[in-house]
Design a protein around this ligand. Sequence first.
Ligand SMILES: Cc1cc2nc3c(=O)[nH]c(=O)nc-3n(C[C@H](O)[C@H](O)[C@H](O)COP(=O)(O)OP(=O)(O)OC[C@H]3O[C@@H](n4cnc5c(N)ncnc54)[C@H](O)[C@@H]3O)c2cc1C
Length: 298
Amino acid sequence: MRILATDGTVLRDWRPRPDDRANPEIDRGQLRDLLLGPLDVQWGRDVTQVVPGTRDDDGVLVHFTDGRQETFDLVVGADGAWSRGRPAVSPVTPHYTGVTSVETSLDDVDTRHPDLARLIGDGSMAVYGVNRALVAQRNSGGHVKVYAQFRAPLAWHANLDPTDTEAVRSSLLTLFDGWATPVLDLLRHGTAFVHRPLYVLPVSHTWTHVPGVTLLGDAAHLMPPLGAGANLALLEGAELAESIAAGPEDLDETIRAFEEQMWARAGKWAKITTAGLKRLVSPDPAEALALFDQVQPS
Ligand SMILES: Cc1cc2nc3c(=O)[nH]c(=O)nc-3n(C[C@H](O)[C@H](O)[C@H](O)COP(=O)(O)OP(=O)(O)OC[C@H]3O[C@@H](n4cnc5c(N)ncnc54)[C@H](O)[C@@H]3O)c2cc1C
């Protein structure tokens, strides 16, 4: 992990020790293939609505976009920020944090952009300015993801066609005007831009237990993307599966216990990441550095 000042000066450069196993990384597509490869997943059957039964033995009715309906003993809404499972247990919807992230990427960086490859190093690189941040993260195969993050109203791009790559690039370069040339080259060489306003659910979002339906991951506790969300979703999926498989307790009791454990842990992370986002995209860039100094091993 490297931190640079907006003029390109390297402020921090943390390298893993040979025995350091604290922050393993894997590309999401690779992990998904490892986990889902052996399973019979029915792709392209989006859920439109989840309707809990009115009696204990009714089952939960799920409506799909293809018009079909099926009843299940248990429905786990692991369907992300805009979950279709969530309305079955909670009326709460995500709200905008005031921070927008625009994502781009570089391909074959070691060959096509060797200077940027050196700038980024083997892991991630971040630059923090006033209410702005630029983060580059190396994936496998010479692919680099770049996130331009900034405080802005939701409609900041009202006069911008989000599919017009050059127009988005030019408005980002204006937003980050004055930053060092090598840093801005991350935006100059980025391919397509994806607009991701950052939404969150309220910290410590819980709900009154509904038999036969639960949520996990972002559907349950969408929080700022500061390194916790994917890990929590994976852990919760594993814990829920293990506790159901361990049986033979009452399924509903198992789900209640799972929810209590998830809420307690996710609530802590939602607080940490909410406070973290305030410091990382803040009027005082020294806050971001101080946050990293707190969490990185010396
Ligand atoms: C820019 C950015 C960077 C991030 N970086 C990190 C990081 O470094 N570390 C980290 O831990 N987290 C990070 N996160 C957060 C992380 O991506 C999420 O917390 C995580 O993906 C949540 O997993 P999930 O399975 O709950 O939801 P998702 O990953 O959103 O998966 C939901 C799934 O449900 C499917 N789905 C959606 N709607 C329906 C429907 N109606 N019917 C059927 N299926 C549906 C979707 O296609 C998707 O496959 C980042 C997020 C962002 C935006």
